[in-house]
Design a protein around this ligand. Structure first.
Ligand code: UD1
Ligand code: CA
Length: 499
């Protein structure tokens, strides 16, 4: 292919979005609308990309250059029409030769392959102007492709300038054109704005090419949705549903099981391995990556997460978290940024984690908050443990060693370190480091007041139950013993419930 310039028009206001955010910046399947277009454009490997910006260019310009750092920004101060916009682009980039493809920034379903095939056909046919057209059952609002008796394209007529007969034409101009640069540079200054909208129409180049005896043609794209734009939020949602359907279809063909495509949402940049299963109500967002044989869902949202091979993530909300191979998460887990769960590890029900590195085969099974922590391999954290990382002023870290066993209902007051193979009793508040192998116990010795129910709750079912038990014991059972609760009785780590 010869030198290729792609011009992307994004100067319009897009007022129908009724938003302080510029239309083409609205997200759809994890990218901005214009982000999808730029992605398709980049797939053509063009010599240069020129974005024509105008309205809210302080928002749009940096966004475009974040995606394509080499893109040239051409500023169109006043929106005088698509012909004027392209002229601004050609002037800014100094285009003189090759092919120029014009696209709009609000067609998120556009695919690079379609653009590439269109440009290749344009060059092979040696046309001055090629139109990417489509058949629209409801062509209202579009420019219509007018053909002569031989079927040759003679003009594009805008809705407002069309005769009633021309309005019956269903072949529409998608807006995407391919142009010979030499012709374009010569013809652009000849465009006039004496039409219904008082704009310089890019589409008038068709007539100018014909007048000059040059070739004009149209390539009918069967998949018209690729060139559909979103003008308001209703259309944005419709295009979002369609784009999601296409993304899911692609993954299913690549070996991913999607049990319910209607309630499963996968962003454009997500990567899924074969034999991944997505259960109903799953949203995989951003740059999430899921490994082979992993099962995600139901009712799970993961943004920018990495799920390892064979892992299981159930009813979970996660962001910037890594779940190791074979690990299990959920149900009802909240993985916040910086969570890293090792291979075959577990984060269980009603557990919130943040900046937490949890080792291989380590488990936090129940009802816990784990913030700013490191937990060694094979360690089990008892139910209802709070890693108290914040002293009201600053955040501190907690380190728990390898193969430790901590009791239920513990509080680890950071900064604190619990050594390898150490343990803690139930209800322990750990304020000082626990050496490797030690058992930390912080609650006071247990004291039992005998016959309390019978004396202080006389006449209640509680007292009756206690009396009955006492009678059974007196009748030959073992003695109840009250005194001396040794360390072994206080919050044995057996309370850790590591099911
Ligand atoms: C245009 C086409 C029409 C086609 C339709 C497809 C012309 C004259 N008409 O009509 O044939 O069927 O798109 O959607 O080309 N823009 C600028 N600067 C301007 C004017 C527009 O950057 O001065 C940008 C807009 O932001 C938008 C695109 O160009 O992305 C199209 O402009 P719009 O005014 O929507 O053109 P239509 O009337 O829809
Ligand atoms: Ca439009």
């Amino acid at each position: 292919m010869s030198e290729l310039t792609v011009v992307v028009l994004v100067a319009g206001a897009g007022t129908r979005m009724k938003s302080k955010t510029m239309k083409v910046l609205h997200p759809i399947c994890g990218r901005s609308m214009v982000g999808h277009v730029l992605n398709a454009v980049a797939a053509m490997e063009p010599s240069r990309v020129v974005a024509v910006v105008g309205n809210q260019r302080e928002q749009v310009g940096p966004h475009v250059q974040e995606i394509l750092p080499d893109a040239i920004l051409a500023v169109q101060e006043e929106q005088l029409g698509t012909g004027h916009a392209v002229r601004v682009a050609v002037d800014a980039a100094g285009v003189t030769e090759g092919t120029v493809v014009v696209a709009y920034g609000d067609t998120p379903l556009l695919e690079g392959e379609s653009l590439r095939a269109f440009a290749a056909e344009h060059e092979a046919a040696q046309r001055a102007v090629s139109i990417l057209s489509g058949i629209a059952p409801d062509p209202f609002g579009y420019g219509r492709v007018v053909r002569d008796a031989d079927g040759d394209v003679v003009a594009i007529v805008e809705e407002k300038d069309a005769t009633p007969e021309q309005r019956e034409i269903t072949e529409i101009n998608s807006g995407i054109l391919a142009l010979d640069a030499g012709f374009l540079v010569e013809a652009l200054p000849k465009l006039r704005n004496d039409n219904a909208k008082g704009e310089y129409y890019l589409t008038d180049l068709v007539g100018l090419a014909r007048d000059a005896g040059l070739t004009v043609g149209a390539h009918v794209l069967d998949d018209v949705r690729q060139t559909e734009g979103a003008n308001d939020r209703v259309q944005l949602a419709e295009l979002g549903r369609e784009l999601n359907r296409r993304i899911l279809r692609r993954w299913m063909r690549d070996g991913v099981t999607v049990v319910d495509p209607a309630t499963t949402w996968v962003d454009a940049d997500v990567v899924l391995a074969p034999d991944v299963t997505l259960l109903p109500g799953t949203q995989l967002l951003g740059a999430t990556v899921v490994g082979e044989d992993a099962v995600v869902g139901p009712d799970t949202t993961l943004k920018d997460c990495e799920v390892g091979v064979g892992a299981r993530v159930v009813r979970t909300h996660g962001e910037l978290a890594v779940v190791g191979a074979g690990a299990t998460v959920g149900p009802f887990s909240y993985l916040r940024p910086g969570t890293q769960l090792g291979a075959d590890g577990k984060i269980g029900a009603f557990v919130e984690t943040k900046n937490a590195v949890i080792g291989d085969r380590a488990k936090v099974p129940h009802l816990s908050y784990v913030g700013d922590a490191e937990i060694g391999e094979g360690t089990n954290i008892g139910a209802g443990t709070i890693f108290a990382n914040y002293d009201g002023v600053a955040k501190h870290r907690t380190t728990v060693g390898r193969h430790a066993r901590t009791g239920s209902n513990n509080t680890f007051v950071a900064p604190v370190t619990i050594g390898d193979g150490a343990g803690t009793g139930g209800g322990t508040v750990v304020r000082q480091d626990v050496p490797p192998g030690a058992l930390a116990v912080s609650s006071g010795a247990q004291r039992n007041i005998p016959d309390w129910a019978q004396t202080r709750r006389a006449g209640t079912p509680q007292a009756a139950a206690a009396e009955a038990a006492a009678k059974r014991t007196a009748g030959g059972g073992e003695e109840s013993h009250n005194g001396d609760p040794g360390v072994g009785d206080v919050g044995q780590p057996g309370a850790e419930s590591s099911s």
